[in-house]
Structures are given as C-alpha cells and as structure tokens.
Design a protein around this ligand. Sequence first.
Ligand SMILES: [Zn+2]
Length: 202
Amino acid sequence: MEDMNIDFTKMNGLIPAIVQDALSGKVLMQGYMNEEALAKTQETGMVTFFSRSKNRLWTKGETSGNFLEVVSIAGDCDGDSILVKANPRGPVCHTGSDTCWDEENTSKTGFIDQLRAIIKDRKNNPSDKSYTASLFAKGINKVAQKVGEEAVEIVIEAKDDNKELFLGEAADLLFHYLILLEAKGYELDEVMDVLIQRHQKK
Ligand SMILES: [Zn+2]
C-alpha cells in the first residue's frame, strides 16, 4: 500500500476499485475500498470492498463462494483509483452474470501471454529439468525441426476424427511455434502486426 500512493483523504475515505480478470483482461466489476478494505484485500488475497449499503467490509464471494483471487493491485496515475487484477472463482455479478455489465468472460486466449512469459523465462533462466530449456540448448535447427514434426502430426490427426488427439497435437504445435518465435528473438505481437497490416489493406 505504501508504494501505491493511494490518497484516501481526497475522496472522503472511499476509492473506486476496478476489478479486471487477470487472464482475459475483461473488466469484471467495480466497488469501493477504504484503507481497511485495501489492507484486508492485500492480507487475504481476496478482493474486499467497503459496502456502502451494508456499511461494513464485504469480501466478494463471502456468501456465494465466488471469491476474486488477487493477482496484482495498482494505484492509478493520481492516486484516486485502484486497479485489481484477479482470478474469479465463479460468476462475478449477483445476477449470475460473468461481469457486472452482463458480458461473457469465457476467453482463455490471454493464457498465451502467460505461456510466452514462461517460455521466455526458460530461455533466460534455464534449468536441467525443463523440456523447453533443453530445446533452446539444442539450438534453432532442433526447435524448427520440432515445429515441422508437430505440423505433420496435426495434419495426420486432422484426417481422423479423434477430438482429444487432434486438440493434443494442436496444443503441441502452438506450444512449439511459440518456442520457435522466442528462439528467433521475435514477439508474437510482431506476427500480429503482419496480420493487422494485411487485414487493413483489404
Ligand atoms: Zn453486479
């Protein structure tokens, strides 16, 4: 809290707290925190607001079980708003909706960024036990060869009708593709730039 520079006096003791899904980036809900609520959120790792209707601290999920597990907390540029990134244990809104704006929050593609961070870490901090680190150690030819093998395997599974095997090969190909990008020193965003440019030309 010290390094967050939240100024509770500026807003009569209550600061808006925006909760964002740490994986999908969706805005899930907004509530208010006083200093105590923020301290409890940090202590317990579960998002806790000050409820103006209940006039007390309210841990989101205390009755429903749909807690919001804290991943990170940050103050904004001028210290009068809090952004909490969290993993929701269930639907967030009391209406049963995934978000308080009645949106679906089912996308897991944000996990690709977590996976990329892990792959980068395996390259920069290799350990003997890591398969990914061992691939980097063998060099670009081996990494590229693995992508080629996985591409052939997904082609084979595409001709069959086994969902589990196909998805397994799809995961293998995506994983090794990300390793190849990292081994070449490129970011996935650079691939996205190419796709975006192509799309804009049309
Ligand atoms: Zn709601």
